[in-house]
Write a protein that binds this ligand. Structure first.
Ligand SMILES: [Zn+2]
Length: 1016
């Protein structure tokens, strides 16, 4: 950081030092010493035992009750906070779990100092209860709280649980909630959202069948077992593991009792499996020269990778000890286990960590390091993870990135293969570059969230991108600001000050201010609470002989420190960091006369969490000081370089039945983050028709930061392909014509802002004007029978649409209302989609309801409501992509689209559509345990009209379908159909295959549309 402003700080330093000392003097925390003894029954999957907690009230307050966490009850039923969150995040495994797969804690009878006390469950959360004390606990007093308990161990749906006879005992015993300076913190167990517990000492005694191998928090005090474990590890090291079986051997009929002790900890976890291999090692800590034993436990499934895992534990214990502070415990361990937490690779507990899933060597090291690192940022420094997840995940991810940079020369927190990142144009040298692009994209679309939110306020993607990656990125910014040495010095002080203590962001701020003598409100009050970050703008450049001056304006209220670089092209000549300010200031730079400074740039190294970066550069020469140089890339779905207008060029191939093979050039600009103006052009030469075809669009994207509109897009698009192949019989010869259509569309879309970003419900509206010109739509023959002229059919349609999306897990709903106005008709339609689960199952019935009606006269019959989904002819706005539009090819002609009545019988005869009104219901039945195959049934009511006068009002069909997810592709085999439909197939000229239809929705694969919306 720029250090020239230390003059004012002398006084502040003094004050801050005093206030920090005062704060630590007044600091208090409760102490809980546990003595737990349990027995595992691996037939009934239960744990029975007793717990004694010596609870010391170090608060200045008298306590009349204590909140208890009974977290095994999170797995009790579908009404727990955990169960509800699982559903919210899209998982139905627990929701549809059988009763014998769930878990709970019971047999509780709490006594305080020997007297039984009442236990009252929280009305909302069965995993939180209050014990009421007959005699209040005075400040400074210690009481003994005891209870017997039994845990029914659930299948593994999250962290605690069993997988066969592998037991992961985490969050398994009754435990007081934290009482701190902010009061009580009773919190239900959650998947997304971690923990906060009181420190104390643990004595744990576990009885279980003799042949289990156990990895547990703390020191194993049972000497015979310790020897046995070491002998096992030495045997594993000396032999080559050839076994591949994952079967569980029978359990011994005899049992053993293991004793563990752990001091200064806020949790205790253990893992038991009869199949575990063990490896052991140790490291000597550099400062105290104390030895830390390291162990890893794994099954045959991942033995190749895990055999080396002790090295990773060793190296990470040393890395964190050196960079943060010495590891305080005697043992560090990692377990190859199972995790069912949304996209989580591992889970940390004091001195022991569990990893789920498959890893190669590097990613295993990466995850082991992350989880071992949590011993520091969670285990030793006990921040409130539920309310401030960045303080453990973010800070820990920052050190994890440093570790990966040190040992692999790159960060890889995303786990994305390098070749993909290279293709995206992302510099993979460090993870911060990857995060930079992710953050820019999210921020541009108003989808970024500040890093200091409560864990339950995050969208699923932001719990990863925000809490882990963006927090790490922001910590790196803090490091760059202070310089690595100074940052490390302060973080070591942070570690020493808050080791075995609770800490909040304001405490961390006070410490940084005391240590530096600077005001850190801009960081700890503003940066971490702001999703968009500061916005510095550079303007008004003046140049002298050896110095230059620029005006910098902070358009935000965050006086974040920033850097300015003198640049020659892409090379940085000089970078200076500045203390942040609000408003405007003129900054001066010295430069050497021989330097050819081409421009000045704010944050050239992309260190700042600044989302608006278009105003960061000023050219020092030329009249177009703000224009971006052009950069052309080949075959890259590019990330945006804010200094370049990036154009991507790629050869493209296409095919349809009418145009045959098409070859052309695709041109588009960068996709991430969505640029203000985007374009795609795909002109192609069609070899079948010898004509120029293709499509293109140019769009303007606005993401207002305030108000009810979250996204506004205005786009012009054009497309032109052949829409048929017609044979014209003229005198003596056949002429083939390939009539071509031209579509011009102007469209405006508005997505309304959600009140809460993590809300599922969203609304949007759109308006478009579509002009269609069909060349050679009409043709005539002269007296000689020659084809003489053709002329075009033209029409224009205006369409207004409203969309409601509520993609919840149990009851997803989608509504679309469309009004379409042509020259001579107006029609209205409504489509509603939902899913009904079979009782107790994830699978179910996909339901689509459609109703459409003409208001008054209907126009040309191609605008009619079709009973079958539209085909090439009835797709009047040329929205769908057909392999053979209007083709006579039997196979390709049976492509239908998800529209109108969506019957799976490909009939488009006159009369099987309506110029009046059509209502239909489409039902797709999934078959339990059978993937891809389903049953369909459709019913429709067709109102009598000119077109439908000979039709029965009620129509139906049903059959079997093969489908891919997300309505991308499906094939339909009708088995029954109403009489009018059956009559459409002349038994003389048709076969069953003519009745088979397919749907191919290529529009759903539009990558540009997906990136523009990022709907996670
Ligand atoms: Zn973590």
């Amino acid at each position: 950081m720029h250090r020239s402003i230390a003059i004012i700080s002398a006084l502040i330093v003094l004050n801050l030092h005093q206030s920090l000392d005062a704060q630590l003097t007044g600091y208090w925390q409760q102490n809980v010493d546990y003595d737990i003894s349990v027995t595992l029954n691996d037939v009934n999957h239960t744990l029975t035992g007793n717990i004694t907690m010596l609870y010391t009230n170090n608060s200045p307050d008298e306590l009349t009750f204590i909140w208890m966490h009974l977290w095994p009850n999170a797995y009790k039923d579908n009404h727990t906070a955990f169960a509800k969150q699982k559903v919210l995040t899209g998982s139905t495994d627990f929701y549809f779990a059988k009763d014998d797969e769930r878990g709970y804690i019971d047999n509780l009878e709490f006594s305080v100092n020997g007297t039984v006390v009442p236990l009252t469950y929280d009305a909302e959360n069965p995993d939180i209860a209050k014990i009421t004390l007959f005699k209040p606990i005075a400040s400074g007093e210690t009481v003994s709280i005891t209870t017997p308990f039994r845990v029914q161990i659930p299948k593994c749906f999250s962290r605690m649980g069993r997988v066969g006879q592998q037991y992961q005992m985490t969050q398994w015993y009754p435990k007081p909630a934290v009482y701190d300076k902010k009061g009580w913190h009773p919190i239900p167990y959650l998947d997304q959202g971690e923990f906060y517990s009181e420190f104390g000492n643990f004595k744990v005694q576990i009885t279980l069948p003799e042949n289990y191998i156990v990895g547990a928090s703390g020191d194993l005090k049972t000497a015979a077992e310790f020897d046995k474990l070491n002998a096992l590890a030495d045997k594993t090291a000396a032999t080559t593991l050839t076994e591949t079986s994952l079967d569980f051997p029978p359990s011994s009929t005899t049992t053993k009792t293991l004793q563990y002790e752990l001091k200064n900890s806020h949790d205790f976890a253990w893992f038991a499996d009869k199949r575990f291999h063990v490896m052991r090692s140790s490291v000597v800590l550099p400062e105290s020269e104390r030895t830390v034993l390291t162990y890893v436990y794994f099954t045959n499934q991942h033995k190749e990778e895990w055999i080396k895992a002790c090295d990773y534990v060793n190296r990470s214990v040393l890395f964190y000890s050196e960079n943060v502070g010495e590891y305080p415990w005697n043992i560090a361990q990692a377990v190859d286990g199972t995790l069912e937490v949304e996209s989580a690779g591992g889970m940390e507990y004091p001195t022991i960590t569990v990893l789920g899933g498959d890893y190669d060597a590097e990613s295993l090291d990466n995850v082991v390091t992350h989880e071992v690192g949590h011993n520091w940022f969670y285990g030793i420094i006990g921040s409130n993870e539920r309310e401030h997840p960045w303080m453990d995940e973010g800070i820990n991810s920052y050190y994890e990135n440093r570790y990966m940079d040190a040992y692999y020369n790159r960060g890889n927190a995303l786990g994305l293969p390098t070749f993909i990142l290279d293709k995206l144009g992302v510099d993979t040298n460090n993870v911060d570059n990857v995060q930079y692009h992710m953050y820019q994209t999210m921020a541009r679309q108003n989808k970024a969230q500040a890093i200091n939110l409560h864990s339950t306020d995050y969208t699923m993607i932001n719990y990863g991108v925000g809490v882990y990656l963006q927090s790490a990125y922001i910590m790196k910014y803090l490091e760059d600001n202070l310089g690595t040495d100074e940052f490390d010095r302060i973080m070591r002080k942070y570690y020493k000050t808050y080791q075995f203590k609770h800490v909040y962001p304001e405490d961390m701020k006070a410490l940084f201010e005391a240590e530096t003598g600077e005001n850190f409100a801009w960081f700890f009050d503003m940066i971490i609470n702001d999703a968009l970050g500061p916005d510095y703008k550079i303007s008004k450049f003046q140049k002298g002989k050896t110095a230059m001056a620029v005006d910098i304006t902070n358009k935000s209220e965050i006086p974040a420190s920033f850097s300015v670089s003198l640049m020659e092209g892409d090379s940085v000549l000089r970078t200076d960091w500045f203390r942040g300010f609000t408003g405007s200031q003129t900054l001066y730079f010295n430069y050497k006369p021989e330097w050819n400074v081409t421009h000045l740039k704010i944050d050239a190294q992309r260190k700042m969490p600044e989302s608006e970066r278009e105003n960061n550069t000023i050219q020092t020469a030329g009249i177009f000081k703000t224009i971006e140089p052009l950069q052309v890339k080949f075959i890259v779905l590019g990330v945006d370089n804010p200094d370049r207008t990036t154009v991507t060029v790629s050869p493209i191939l296409g095919w349809n039945e009418n145009n045959k093979f098409m070859l052309g050039l695709g041109l588009w600009n960068a996709a991430m983050p969505t640029p203000a103006i985007d374009f795609v052009a795909a002109p192609m030469y069609a070899f079948g028709t010898s004509e120029l075809v293709g499509q293109g669009s140019i769009g303007y994207n606005l993401y207002p930061k305030k108000g009810f509109i979250n996204r506004l897009r205005i786009a012009e698009s054009v497309s032109s392909y052949s829409y048929g192949t017609y044979q014209l019989l003229t005198t003596g010869e056949t002429t083939t014509i390939f009539p071509q259509y031209l579509k011009l569309q102007s469209k405006a879309e508005i997505d309304f802002r959600k009140k809460v970003l993590s809300n599922k419900l969203s609304h949007s509206i759109s308006y478009r004007n579509v002009f269609i010109r069909e060349n050679d739509a009409f043709f005539s023959l002269d007296d000689n029978g020659d084809f003489v002229e053709s002329y075009a059919n033209e029409y224009m349609v205006n369409e207004v649409a409203y969309y409601l999306k509520s993609p919840t897990t149990l009851f997803p709903q989608f509504l679309k209302v469309v009004g379409e106005m042509g020259d001579d008709y107006t029609k209205l339609s409504l489509t509603y989609n939902t899913k009904i689960h079979y009782p107790g199952m994830t699978k179910g019935i996909d339901v689509r309801l459609f109703a459409g009606a003409f208001l008054g006269e209907a126009g040309d019959d191609k605008h009619n409501f079709t009973l079958a989904g539209n085909n090439g002819y009835y797709d009047d706005l040329y929205d769908e992509i057909y392999l053979g539009r209007n083709t006579s090819d039997r196979l390709l002609a049976n492509q239908i689209s998800l529209s109108d009545g969506f019957f799976k019988v490909p009939v488009y005869n006159y009369g099987l559509n309506s110029d009046n009104m059509l209502a239909a219901g489409n039902f797709e039945f999934a078959i339990p345990k059978v993937p891809l195959i389903g049953l369909f049934a459709d019913v429709a009511y067709v109102a009598p009209g000119t077109a439908a006068e000979n039709l029965d009002a009620f129509q139906y069909d049903a059959g079997v379908m093969i489908r891919l997810p997300k309505n991308i592709f499906a094939i339909y085999f009708p088995l029954v159909m109403s009489a009018n439909l059956a009559d459409a197939f002349d038994p003389e000229t048709t076969t069953y295959s003519d009745k088979i239809s397919f749907m191919l929705s290529l529009n759903t694969l539009n990558i540009f549309e997906i990136i523009r919306k990022l709907e996670f």
